[in-house]
Design a protein around this ligand. Structure first.
Ligand SMILES: [Zn+2]
Length: 98
């Protein structure tokens, strides 16, 4: 559920930008002091990057998961290890965009 939405076309937090919208930029945090607002935007940006990486990781995992069930236990172990590596790689990149 999205509760933060100023109804602007460029709202930073809205996930559904349908319907009539204003111009002029996101006003969701207009009453927040600038320093804090910048930190919130930076944190939100990092979270967006992480979500993107994890989404990519999930796509890879899903592709690997389609190989299961495999009658070969060793192959399943390799697949599980591959999935764990993908998740770790996605999470270890989390500070890259800061
Ligand atoms: Zn907004």
């Amino acid at each position: 559920m999205n509760t933060l939405d100023c109804r602007d076309h460029s709202c930073r937090f809205s996930r559904d930008k349908s319907g009539q919208r204003t111009n002029g930029g996101c006003r969701c945090l207009k009453t927040v002091p600038e320093e804090l607002r910048m930190k919130i935007h930076a944190t939100f940006h990092v979270l967006e990057l992480q979500v993107g990486r994890l989404t990519e990781a999930l796509k890879k995992i899903d592709a690997m998961r389609k190989r299961l069930p495999d009658p070969d236990f060793a192959e399943q172990k390799n697949t599980a290890s591959g999935i764990a590596e993908i998740i770790q790689a996605a999470l270890s990149e989390k500070k890259e965009g800061v």
